[in-house]
Design a protein. Structure first.
Length: 258
């Protein structure tokens, strides 16, 4: 009888624990963002939060899915991109915590140095406004082009006011840029897609400096920003275990930002 009562008590406790666990869906792009979330998932599980990771191959759908309630959170973008999406599409979403930074690099299979790029070289850049502008700013910082200063970070090829070597900037989907290297003279590749394609920071012929606005973040619906699970998610991400995983796995290609 005593063993039966103990077993029944354990069953009740286990059932209560299972009932207390909360499940959320988080969107991420393939590669480092999703890999890091797998580590976060392990830690969150010990805090009663179950995470289901859904991967998206582009930068547009995760915010739409979050806004529509198909996701509880996403982790794939930096703040200038999120701000631009909110302004353009009126999304009711907000950032709740910083994650990591991926320095953007200019890669080439045809030259070993950015100074070797020929006059009229074709340069691939991301086709979304913030990352495309980020790529152009790399060339502007190094003096190859000048941009309309009034536009700030929101610049595109039409805002190039001086182009010393007549570079032709071609806008492509960010995920396609690593594969474009056979067809262009160089491409600006976001760090997460560079890592996924096997490119290393040391392979880049030009790399951006440290720009705080491009730190990535976790986003949720505005109505959820104070929910207990959001605090648990951010705390699970901002742990020594996750930092060690990032440092050991990506060896400088991805940098923690908390």
């Amino acid at each position: 009888m005593k063993k039966t009562l103990i077993a029944a008590g354990l069953a009740v406790l286990l059932g209560a624990s299972a009932a207390a666990a909360e499940t959320i869906k988080i969107g991420a792009t393939p590669g480092p963002h999703a890999q890091i979330l797998e580590k976060v998932k392990e830690i969150a599980a010990t805090k009663g939060l179950d995470i289901e990771i859904l991967e998206f191959s582009d930068y547009v759908v995760p915010n739409q899915a979050l806004n529509d309630g198909e996701l509880n959170a996403n982790s794939f973008q930096h703040k200038p991109y999120l701000d631009n999406q909110i302004a353009d599409r009126k999304y009711d979403i907000v950032d709740v915590g910083y994650t990591v930074n991926f320095p953007m690099g200019i890669y080439s299979k045809k030259v070993k140095s950015v100074d070797e790029l020929p006059d009229g070289a074709t340069i691939g850049i991301p086709n979304d406004p913030t990352n495309g502008g980020r790529a152009l700013l790399i060339f502007a910082d190094k003096g190859f082009i000048k941009l309309d200063e009034a536009k700030g970070l929101k610049v595109g090829p039409a805002d190039v006011t001086e182009n010393k070597k007549n570079f032709k900037f071609v806008e492509l989907d960010a995920a396609q840029l690593p594969r474009s290297l056979d067809d262009v003279d160089a491409s600006a590749v976001n760090g997460n897609y560079a890592v996924e394609a096997g490119l290393q920071p040391t392979d880049a012929i030009l790399t951006e400096g440290a720009k705080a606005p491009y730190v990535n973040l976790i986003a949720v619906k505005t109505a959820d920003k104070d929910a207990p699970w959001v605090k648990t998610l951010v705390e699970s991400y901002h742990t020594p275990e996750v930092k060690a995983f990032v440092d050991e796995t990506f060896k400088g290609a991805v940098v923690t930002s908390w």
